[in-house]
Design a protein around this ligand. Structure first.
Ligand code: ADP
Length: 228
């Protein structure tokens, strides 16, 4: 479902942010990507979203060979991945319903169908009663739930979460992680970039550790490994 073959990425200063990285993630997996600041995690995410192209190597995501995408196909490809970020990135002056419905309007889902899909999604993330609230009136945990509903409403096969609990307290962090686990159990492939050692160690999922642009460990039921 996600495949990187000997991928390297250097920025203009020539220092490789990723160096000969190979990684395969199968359909239905739940994978944590961990590593200290500057290790190359954001670069990896940007490559997977085709916001960047590798200096060398090959990336295939959802059967799209990312080196061969026309501009039109890039837009189509990006819609096949749900993404959530640390800072939620919601439309602050719109209500919860509108934030989620917007994702469906972009791909021209008929209004009649949107009216069914959005409440179903909000109920999955535990926000059934809040659809009229403006997102800036919500707690961080609730905002991340809205972001998740928006990321998932179009049924993407892959969900990419970039530090999804970075702005949340421990209780809300756990609730969001449990939700990600639930979403994974329903069939979505889930990739989570995180610094949250406690959660990574408790969840016993596959853990890929990046250090200075290189994958230094890839363990089923892994743990958070410290920089030594
Ligand atoms: P992480 O997300 O793990 O903190 P990054 O992927 O952001 O790591 O960064 C990896 C390396 O690439 C770092 O050394 C960083 O300084 C460098 N880097 C990231 N983005 C750029 C850029 N736009 N231009 C030059 N160097 C960059």
């Amino acid at each position: 479902m996600i495949s990187l073959e000997s991928v390297s990425k250097s920025y203009s200063n020539g220092v490789p942010a990723l160096n000969d990285v190979s990684l395969n993630i199968n359909e239905g997996e739940f994978v944590f990507i961990v590593g200290d600041s500057g290790s190359g995690k954001s670069t990896l995410i940007k490559l997977l979203l085709r916001e960047l192209t590798p200096t060398s190597g090959r990336i295939v995501v959802n059967d799209y060979d990312l080196s061969k995408l026309s501009r039109r196909k890039v837009a189509k490809f990006r819609r096949s991945i749900g993404v959530v970020f640390q800072d939620f990135r919601l439309l602050k002056d719109r209500n919860v319903y509108e934030n989620v419905a917007f994702a469906q309007r972009v791909i021209e889902v008929p209004t009649r169908q949107i009216k069914q899909n959005v409440p179903a999604m909000l109920s999955l993330v535990g926000l059934a009663g809040k659809y009229k609230a403006k997102t800036r009136q919500l707690s961080g945990g609730e905002q991340q739930r809205v972001a998740l509903a928006r990321a998932l409403v179009n049924n993407p096969p892959i969900l990419l979460a970039d530090e999804p609990t970075g702005n949340l307290d421990p209780r809300n962090s756990w609730e969001i992680m449990k939700l990600l686990e639930e979403i994974n159990k329903r069939g979505t492939t889930v990739l989570v970039v995180t610094h949250n050692r406690e959660i990574v160690n408790a969840m016993r999922k596959r853990v890929v550790t990046i250090r200075k642009g290189v994958i230094v460990s890839d363990e089923e039921k892994g743990e958070y490994i410290d920089e030594d």
